[in-house]
Design a protein around this ligand. Sequence first.
Ligand SMILES: C[S@@+](CC[C@H](N)C(=O)[O-])C[C@H]1O[C@@H](n2cnc3c(N)ncnc32)[C@H](O)[C@@H]1O
Length: 264
Amino acid sequence: MRLPEPLPEGKDLARLALEMTTSDNPTRDSFLKERKRHRHRLRDAWRRLKKFRDMVFPSEFSRIVRRIEPFTMVGYDRLKGLYSGVIEITAKNITGDLVECGTAKGGSAGLMRLTAQATGQDRPLWVYDTFEGLPMPSRDNPDFDLAKARTGACRGDFEEVRGLFDSLGVLKNTQMIKGLFQDTLPQHAPEHISLLHLDGDWYESTKVCLDHLYDRVSPGGVIQIDDYGHWAGARQAVHEFLDARNLKVALRYLDYSGRQFIKP
Ligand SMILES: C[S@@+](CC[C@H](N)C(=O)[O-])C[C@H]1O[C@@H](n2cnc3c(N)ncnc32)[C@H](O)[C@@H]1O
């Protein structure tokens, strides 16, 4: 640990503080840099401490995450968002099933259902996917050039996902709907939804899910968008939808990409 340096001769604290607030001041810059470094170190130490505590006394969330982690691309804070979302709809007694559009290998959907089971109020789960990977994006997609190179990526195999759900004990009361959202959603959807997880990456995939499913979400239900910060198209779809309906919602920040809001 570095000891604080003595004050330069002839300077009192008040003058030094004043100098630090003036711009283009090397003392201030090095002070700010040092403070930032300390903050990072503290944050890292805090994370390590929490990780260690979690190894010894795992929380319910960590226990669930450990079971599904190898089968998801969804980051830790967004998984936490889904977990908290299920806790919230249960505490508020919001009517409806759990729905995920964009399931890939099944990890985040598994977490949603395991969390519901852990609350003692299990709910049916509906998952939608091509189970053939990401479809070709449409020309309306602002991410088109980048996105088209990802066609077929993130593939989860239908039978493998079924096997995962079976091994997690969540296969019963789970509907696995294979095909493009555009084709399947108009045919098969639950009447009431309490938690809607949108993880289809593309503009049109996000838009079609909001168009078909938003009205089925119960007031007070939770809607989580995985790709809001990551893909411009997902963000555009959300804002086009909210603007068209004149909906004012507070988007909760989960991490650089994930957002969540409560249906008014
Ligand atoms: C990023 S992955 C989902 C990740 C998953 N939630 C997890 O836990 O790892 C995106 C998925 O959305 C699916 N998808 C995207 N657009 C779709 C569409 N229009 N119809 C059906 N599936 C779609 C893809 O097949 C892919 O499996």
